[in-house]
Design a protein around this ligand. Sequence first.
Ligand code: BGC
Length: 728
Amino acid sequence: MDFETTFDEAPWMAPGLAADARAALLDAALTEDERYSLLHSQWAIGFLPDAPLPDGAIPAAGYVPPIPRLGIPGLYETDASLGVTNPRNARPGDTATALPSGLALASTWDADLACEAGAMVGDEAAKKGFNVLLGGGMNLVRDPRCGRNFEYLGEDPLLAGTLSGAAIRGTQSQGIIATAKHFVLNDQETGRHVVNAVIDEAALRESDLLAFQIAIERGAPGAVMSAYNRINGHYACENDALLNGVLKGDWAYPGFVMADWGATTSVHAAANGLDQQSGEQLDFRVWFEEPLRESVAAGETLPARISDMSRRILRAMFAAGLFDRPLPKGEAIDYAAHGRIAYRAAAEGIVLLKNEGGILPLTGAAKRIAVIGGHADVGVLCGGGSSQVTTGKGHAAFIHAGGEGAMMAMASEAYHPSAPLAAIKRAAGGARVSFANGRYPSEAAMLAGNSDIAIVFANQWTTEGADVPDLTLPNGQDALIDAVAAANPNTIVVLQTGGPILMPWLGSVAAVLEAWYPGSQGGEAIADILFGAACPSGRLPVTFPQSAAQLPRPELPGLGKRWAAPFGPRIDLSRASGFDVPHPEGSDVGYRWFARMGHPPLFPFGYGLSYTAFSYDNLAVTGGNTLTITFDVTNTGPCEGIDTPQVYLSSRRGAPIRRLLGWSRLRLKPGERAAAKVIADPRLLADFDTTRRAWHVPEGRYEIALARSAEDFALHSGASITEKWIKP
Ligand code: BGC
């Protein structure tokens, strides 16, 4: 619509009207055909012969055509949380800023940075012509083997919900719709189209649902994407209890629910709460066209529900500003400024796991430095699947992953062009820096033996569509590290992994950095941490186990069997048999499970070392309606650094319990002292009561710990809380 249209013709454009009112007015003006056209999107990548690029689409994940008669813009949907993707180079040469992985961002525990990162991706998406970002991804990490953990924000509902909400808010500040996904319990990729996550309702409310609830409260995303899997017997995309009951009922969520691509399994999804079918060519049928019209004619789906669906979509479009701002065209993207955001997320998300004898930061004393393995000479690793971003002049290396199924056929182990080797050479001053590719441990050991310091890069590539079968480093890298460490005691391991791994060599190396997948500027960030230009401040957002035996599911359910392929062929999934994934941990995800079971982890949630040191004092707690915790933090070490003191609930009415209640994030100069305050969200003190459908905070004494990690409590205190019921 051009903007000269009068308000009489288009009353929904009158100034001052709220999104709800505008959506209702516009919805009433739709013809039935127009209305149905909003209810399904097309897959718009155009590389399948029977799913060509739709006319008018921008090649990307999804497209809903515009309705010019009413001035309704099309929906141009792109992935996602880590940057604007360009799958299979569908938009030739179009690259974007690549954030580090979600776990790296979560390791910063910095909601402001998450918001900036979300805004950065939103700005690039909008300037490339998109108005729907299919991020943020925020499933809780329940299994360290899940192939998509790298996209998400860790294992804790408060941390994941807070950061996701901030990222969503940032994205939507750019005038586009963001999408919280994947709702819900999409916690493994193995058999993801058929798997049935089995969990108690109260446990689900207190964990994954709470994470989404917090993200939605803070970010107000226009869309929520429902997941592939089943939950307690019902597919996520047609789960009445979760979509109508919890999301739209209890939480009064006003936006729309879009399906994941190829996840709409029947026409019943509409009545059960799904508002938009996605990537329709991937489904067994375009359910939200003819079949839905037939269902309405047969009286199975109410006509009012159809306009509720379109109204919700329009409402999200109005709320995000899609009608008020013409899509930007051809505006320059400030990649330099965006690179600085990616750099900060990488540098502040790197977690220093071990630093024996203070070997790091490296000083001028090392004259001969060996850099080994991990393709450190070309770039930094990024995760595979729909979130894989192409940055700079394109991938520096692209290694075909191989494997069965459409997803693995497309997958590749890609490297962003930010070579750690070059950055290390720049940072190392006059030192001699040599590289061995690490293919042969003997050759690497020879170089390490002739060097003062050996830095081994070890990579675990993970991808959407597949889980890792175990937590070892692939391709014999454990043996490589053993050989290098045997040749040189000053061995530093830099990990680029999708999530937790096992470290059988931990005792024989001097230092370990977890760099995750560090994004566009990852090489520079790694070098700056190694040489002390940046002080490490990352804190683990996931527990690293000592062995798979410590996990709630020592064996990954369904592993090694053939299940429906992650992308088509368009099978009738409603008839597909699947398998159950029990969730014995319930709401005790990650560190809470480890505490409950008394398992000592390899590295606990919340853990991370620094080049400086911090002390805590003046802890005080007040109770009443909730817990308010105040304390002071002092930098007692030699350099400026960021600390993330954490507050955990440690016992409730005399019973042990472990829950993160909050944290503070302080950047302090040496000797500097600052006051911090954490106010607990009362839902974190509560249990969910399924009979009364409400949160219950029982009266009594609550003990807390001010901590350096979920396993390292520095100071203790407590207070009494009055009984409380909180709406769901
Ligand atoms: C993924 C989603 C993604 C969609 C569109 C699916 O395979 O699960 O996260 O947004 O594809 O690319």
